[in-house]
Design a protein. Structure first.
Length: 40
């Protein structure tokens, strides 16, 4: 099973940043795509 993770960061300047990272399926040594959503 492939599991990603969600990193939630909170900073006074930009508010809360949600970072969703997940590995690509059936690939070897590939970069991890990132999706950042800035709320604030």
């Amino acid at each position: 099973a492939h599991q990603g993770y969600i990193d939630v960061q909170s900073t006074p300047q930009v508010g809360t940043t949600f970072i969703l990272s997940f590995p690509l399926v059936q690939k070897n040594e590939v970069p991890v795509p990132e999706l950042q959503l800035n709320t604030g």
